[in-house]
Design a protein around this ligand. Structure first.
Ligand code: SF4
Length: 448
């Protein structure tokens, strides 16, 4: 294993994948003494497109443009005192059949084409070892940082879920967004100040307080809107710039939206590592491979303890929020696997996001959502598989389904496509409610 880079005096550049998650992750890094910043996004898209061939995934182009634009702006700002060696670019990767494992390699090749940016190092975390943070931190800090980073992802999910549950019903336009921005600032400050102690109670408390404040911004006389669930590629569904503000557009057209969470992906990665460890244990047992058996048993135990801790941590945060507001519960990954019908539809063993997206969409349908959107980069391989499997299945269940592919270009028919989809969603909700399941905006079906 290579030693982690020395980050002393350097600025770690974080892509702005999600407005809440990226900022809380930066706060977690800062809690451990790393001077991390979120790079502005979408300003360098033309640069990202110009320096790629067009065959790359869209998030690869967006993030490449972000880092090039940021470094160019820093060079302009600092003039002769600019040194590329003072910056470290953060770009995680995934193993398996996806191109995500190659983003950082391609970004390295492009950065090397600019002599003035060659000395900017790239650090990465990988799904292969469950985002073991020892690529960034020495061993003694890597474990605690991973715990704080995971908590940052749960808090980001919860802030987003509070916004999606309350914003469509806000009495004063803009009040929920203002509430979430203030909460994000408070949480970031708290995380930076006390996160390294791993006492999460002040952060969990802030999540509960935010839910309480946001719930009071709702007009509880409004009827519950039809719910739309989003699945798809994690960057595209989380990055409003890339998906052309899909969530707000669906809200403006009358929906209440729930996006698949960031935590779901982390739990999925841990679940896969646990699955692999169990398979390797069985194989070693069959071959009577004793050294292999010991290693597999350790990985099995570690992944099991990691998963248990993650689920417990997630419950602890949701427990603070749910007494104030009925945000959508997160999908349980092991439970999601059951939707794949004993692997007849797809297998988690294939990897990629396709498994959780297919299962997640079917879970939305089972939970009476009135529509599902699959959002992804144009030509994304796992999402295309999802589309092929989900379209006929959801049609059979009478659940409106929409593919939303993106490559940064403006689609002339997007508006009419979304309106048509939301019309189908509203029709389905009306028919479902005629079946007697009327709900009110008020969490417990009563007026305030
Ligand atoms: S998930 Fe899709 S967008 Fe992401 S690397 Fe794989 S193919 Fe590309």
């Amino acid at each position: 294993m290579t030693a982690p880079p020395d980050l002393t005096g350097k600025t770690l550049l974080m892509p702005d994948m999600t407005p809440t998650g990226s900022r809380l992750l930066v706060a977690a890094l800062r809690a451990f003494g790393v001077n991390a910043v979120v790079m502005p996004t979408m300003n360098g898209l033309s640069l990202g497109k110009e320096l790629t061939s067009g065959k790359e995934c869209f998030p690869c182009q967006v993030t490449l443009g972000d880092v090039l634009h940021y470094l160019a702006e820093e060079k302009k700002r600092l003039g002769a005192s600019f040194s590329a060696a003072n910056y470290v670019y953060f770009m995680p990767e995934a193993g398996g059949p996806c191109r995500f494992g190659m983003y950082n390699t391609l970004h390295r090749i492009v950065l090397d084409r600019f002599p003035e940016f060659r000395d900017t190092a790239i650090v990465t975390l990988s799904t292969d070892d469950g985002y073991d943070s020892s690529a960034i931190f020495p061993r003694r800090s890597a474990g605690p940082f991973r715990k704080l980073a995971f908590t940052a992802m749960i808090l980001a999910d919860v802030l987003d879920r509070i916004a999606w549950r309350t914003r469509p019903y806000e009495s004063v336009p803009g009040s929920v967004d203002a509430c979430i921005v203030a909460a994000l600032c408070d949480m970031s400050r708290e995380m930076e100040a006390s996160g390294a102690t791993l006492d999460f109670s002040p952060l969990d408390r802030l999540a509960g307080e935010t839910a309480h404040k946001a719930s009071r911004l709702m007009d509880r006389t409004l009827p519950r809107r039809p719910r739309v669930g989003i699945v798809g590629e994690i960057y595209l569904r989380s990055h409003p710039g890339s998906n052309q503000e899909l969530i707000r557009t669906l809200e403006a057209l009358g929906g209440e939206v729930v996006n698949a969470s960031l935590t779901e992906w982390f739990n999925f990665v841990t679940h896969l590592n646990r699955r692999e460890a169990a398979q390797s244990f069985q194989a070693c047992l069959k071959d009577l491979n004793l050294p292999g058996l010991a290693t597999a048993a350790t990985s099995r135990l570690v992944s099991r303890l990691t998963m248990d801790w993650q689920v417990k941590r997630q419950h602890a945060v949701y427990e603070q929020v749910l007494p104030h507001l009925d945000i959508a519960p997160d999908h349980d990954v092991a439970h999601l696997e059951a939707f794949l019908d004993d692997e007849r539809l797809y297998s988690f063993a294939i990897g990629t996001e396709a498994g959780i997206s297919i299962a997640g969409a079917l879970a939305y349908a089972a939970d009476d959502f009135d529509g599902v959107v699959n959002v992804f980069p144009f030509t994304c391989m796992p999402s295309t598989i999802c589309s092929a499997i989900l379209k006929p299945m959801l049609l059979k269940k009478n659940v409106p389904y929409l593919d939303s592919p993106h490559d940064g270009s403006n689609q002339p028919n997007r508006d009419i496509t979304l309106r048509t989809f939301m019309h189908q969603v509203a029709r389905r909700a009306a028919l479902r409610m005629m079946g007697g399941r009327r709900e009110k905006a008020c969490p417990r079906g009563r007026k305030a």
